[in-house]
Design a protein around this ligand. Sequence first.
Ligand code: NAD
Length: 264
Amino acid sequence: MKVAVMGVAGRMGQELVRAAHAAGCGIVGGVEREGSPVIGSDIGLVSGLPPLGVPVTSDAIDVISRCDGILDFTTPKATVEFAGLAANARAVHVIGTTGLSAEDEAQIAAAARHAPIIKAGNMSLGVNLLVALARRVAEALDEDFDIEIVEMHHRDKVDAPSGTALMLGAAAAEGRGIDLGKRAVRARDGHTGPRQRGDIGFATLRGGSVVGDHRVIFAGAGERVELVHVAGDRSIFARGAVKALQWGYGKAPGLYSMSDVLGL
Ligand code: NAD
């Protein structure tokens, strides 16, 4: 399978090169934004591997036209552009980028009519299991249990709540049969009044080099159930993304999730 890594010099881009290489994929391209200082450098060297004989380029059109699938953990703007290019090339598009707007999501869904797209706010096996468990527990416990989702990430993360926290919230809302859009409380400050029964609260912490911690709390009167996932390093996301790419190869066009890939 011929693979390209978008945002190849990024934190996740480097992990993706290492994971795709370890999985035996043929890496035919690595793309960075125009003006990046690593353009022309070998993608192996950029990722802490021996040279792979593939230079970093900003020519996404050329790279995507030459590959079977792309691994994309970049920015919403870039991801929407790559979705259009991958759709034209009928290439599998694995999207890990978070912070996508409703408009971005609509454009990605349109691209998925022409090629398989696997998109997840978190690509790790453990988190996707946590999502399934959050749905299950929310289904079992009624509104006597308040749902709160707490997440912590490194100081450079730019979007909040994390894509994973939102996935967990959506799963809990689904389990409870409510609309997250109407019941999410994403920030609290000042005199907020008492908590509304049935709301799903989010709390965001940022600092240091934390890769990603998530906790879903079901707080009842006198007891509490907590589901926790702690990411030790970024390779868990990259391995999941490569697994998704291999799973998507040869699949019909459509928008898929990690639950599809992992059969959860
Ligand atoms: P990062 O800033 O380290 O890397 C992003 C890279 O994309 C940068 O190197 C940047 O130059 C490059 N880029 C930006 N625009 C580009 C363009 N037009 N063409 C080519 N390259 C371009 O960020 P990161 O920590 O690697 O995270 C990237 C994204 O992945 C974020 O949205 C983050 O939240 C998300 N993420 C998702 C998961 C998951 O499992 N789904 C896990 C970790 C991070």
